[in-house]
Ligand binder design. Structure first.
Ligand code: CMP
Length: 170
């Protein structure tokens, strides 16, 4: 247990405002050797890395994951681009994690994403846009189950937690 005078007592802390979200580090991220850079940004922000693994995505997974894009002209090339190399899937936790991570990722197109965001700094493309991030808490729950098996998401505590949030934020 970690305690600080006047700070959050981690063992007693309600965790209700902490949520989890999915990030996929796409083949464009691995091919350009940006995995460390992207994960560093999330860690430095204060998001907790609750799950992390490399995997090869399948056509069946992509059909489900990108079902809402099935009628789009870029559907097949999007799926191919996601399967060309392994990806790294991450589960990140924090208060408002879905919104925070989406803001950090920036607009879908790297050409339109503002500087300071992951895509704005690291991408020039719609498709090769470095990361996929869940777009709502509901989607995050479904997508985390899609890519992580039981026992692959870990519930440990960050020692600096009481310096990431005020007690009434968590
Ligand atoms: P992602 O967040 O993974 O969700 C759907 C993906 O479709 C998106 O990131 C882009 O990689 C891709 N995408 C969206 N629009 C286009 C487009 N016009 N051309 C190619 N790929 C696109």
């Amino acid at each position: 247990m970690l305690t600080f005078a006047g700070k959050i007592k981690i063992s007693n802390m309600a965790k209700s405002n902490l949520t989890k979200t999915l990030v996929i580090l796409k083949p464009s991220c691995l091919q350009r050797a940006l995995v460390g850079e992207v994960i560093k940004r999330f860690e430095q922000k204060g998001l907790r890395l609750a799950g992390l693994k490399m995997c090869q995505l399948s056509d069946a997974q992509m059909n489900v994951h990108y079902a809402k894009h099935a009628e789009k002209p870029f559907f097949q090339q999007l799926k191919d681009a996601m399967m060309v190399t392994p990806v790294v899937v991450c589960c990140l936790e924090g208060v408002d994690a879905v919104e925070v991570v989406r803001n950090m990722a920036g607009a879908t197109s790297g050409r339109k994403a503002v500087p300071g965001t992951i895509r704005g700094d690291l991408s020039m493309s719609y498709q090769e846009n470095i990361v996929h991030t869940s777009d709502s808490p509901e989607a995050a729950e479904v997508e985390l189950k899609r890519f992580f098996n039981d026992g692959e998401i870990f519930d440990y505590q960050l020692p600096q937690f009481s310096f990431l949030y005020a007690a009434d934020e968590v």
